[in-house]
Ligand binder design. Structure first.
Ligand SMILES: NC(=O)c1ccc[n+]([C@@H]2O[C@H](COP(=O)([O-])OP(=O)(O)OC[C@H]3O[C@@H](n4cnc5c(N)ncnc54)[C@H](O)[C@@H]3O)[C@@H](O)[C@H]2O)c1
Length: 375
């Protein structure tokens, strides 16, 4: 167990997403004490925003900072940038929260997890969709209140225009849509249902789209050891008249007791058969509390509380290997036009009885209330 006061946050990689991280941390009282980025402009922006934090010019120096109790990694997730950073932090024995996706390939993710396990450090992947205020209500409904009973089927729909032609790397990688975007949904599905047994996937692109050059959509069918299945329609190529944007995607889940309709920022409804009629119960939450930035503050709060309690966090790096195996299996499925079992990717690490991600972490965690501060 680590006293809360020793869990100062050292941010590594101070690029665009870390502004939202810090906004969320301020909302939930999560202390940023240090930052490092090789880019002087990124360090200068950080220094201006966090005048009480120490700005480091090397990772080594940040890791030696006595105020740093954990590292918040937000470097790009490409192998040459991510892997050595994770290895160095693991070798220093420092716990870390790692921005999603952990990696683009299962092989890279496994190398990181091996470094983490070799050094006995605790690491969590920042699957922040699991910690949106709305997701926490969904978890309560499905995992605690069991409102649909044992889930049989779920459907995820994401369809909108995602196009950043001027961004230096978003949308330009060989693996992009399923690896970097649908990974949000994979993280939530892993928490709720655990790993699927097999995946069939179709990935591709709209050749007229200027900013996403290789991998612009990924539609998947997942089958689970329990007999459950999940259909995912996910695309950033859609410019039709019925957009369903990432951030407010549609998810519905059916079980013998009912159906849950849910959107991260759009409320939750439970529908049940009542004789020949249907009965609907609606659950809402404070709409001021959104994915950006609240989920970042809540993810960090969860990680720091798990460390303080000496508990495995939800979405641990080991748990996330299932998400990474799903990504790997999806690309293989699409390339080879066949159903791919996750066991084929995970080998000895595949356990058909693994269960939900929820059953593998600090599931009794109670989310903190937002502080009365301006983010
Ligand atoms: N909703 C979300 O959770 C969300 C949203 C956007 C981005 N992301 C993820 O966050 C990560 C970063 O994305 P971004 O948009 O901030 O990228 P970015 O390109 O804006 O910033 C990356 C930063 O990392 C720095 N960097 C590069 N190599 C480094 C190293 N060895 N050590 C320390 N810093 C290094 C760069 O100088 C840059 O400042 C990516 O993995 C991305 O997928 C997540």
């Amino acid at each position: 167990m680590t006293p809360d006061s020793e869990l100062g946050i050292g941010q590594v990689g101070l690029g665009s997403i870390t502004g939202a991280h810090r906004q969320g941390y301020r909302l939930y009282g999560q202390p940023v004490v240090a930052g490092y980025d090789p880019n002087p402009a990124a360090r200068a922006r950080f220094a201006e925003e966090e005048p009480d934090a120490t700005v480091h010019e090397t990772l080594e120096s940040l890791l030696a900072d006595p105020r740093v109790g954990l590292v918040d990694i937000a470097t790009p997730h490409h192998r040459p940038t991510r892997l050595p950073v994770v290895q160095q932090i693991a070798d220093a024995g420092v716990p870390m929260l790692i921005q999603k996706p952990l990696a683009y390939s299962y092989e890279d993710a496994l190398e990181m997890v091996q470094a983490i396990e070799r050094n006995g450090v605790t690491a969590m992947v920042n699957q922040n969709m699991c910690f949106t205020p709305g997701s926490l209500r969904l978890v309560d409904a499905l995992m605690k209140d069991r409102v649909v009973g044992r889930p049989d089927f779920a459907q995820v729909t994401v369809q909108y225009v995602f196009d950043l032609p001027d961004h230096p790397w978003f949308g330009k990688d060989d693996r992009w849509w399923t690896g970097a975007l649908t990974v949000h949904h994979f993280g939530l599905l892993q928490l709720l249902f655990g790993p699927p047994e097999t995946v069939y996937a179709v990935t591709g692109r709209d050749e007229t789209q200027p900013g996403v050059t290789i991998d612009g959509y990924g539609h998947l069918l997942l089958r689970y050891p329990s007999g459950m299945s999940v259909a995912i329609t996910s695309t950033g190529t859609y410019y039709g008249t019925d957009p369903v944007p990432h951030g407010n995607e549609k998810l519905w889940i059916q079980g013998p007791e009912g159906i849950v309709d849910w959107r991260p920022e759009g409320g939750l409804a439970v529908s049940r058969r009542s004789g020949a009629e249907f009965e609907v119960t609606r659950v809402d939450w404070d709409r001021e509390r959104r994915w950006f930035p609240d989920a970042f503050g809540l993810t960090m709060a969860h990680f720091r509380q798990a460390l303080a309690a000496g508990r495995e966090p939800l979405c641990s790096a080991q748990d996330n290997l299932h998400v990474m195996a799903l990504i790997e299996a999806a690309y293989r499925s699409s390339a080879e036009n066949r159903v791919v079992p996750l066991a084929e990717i995970m080998g000895d690490r595949w356990n058909p009885g693994y269960g939900t991600g929820w059953s593998h972490g600090f599931g009794e965690w109670v989310a903190p209330e937002v502080l009365e501060v301006t983010a």
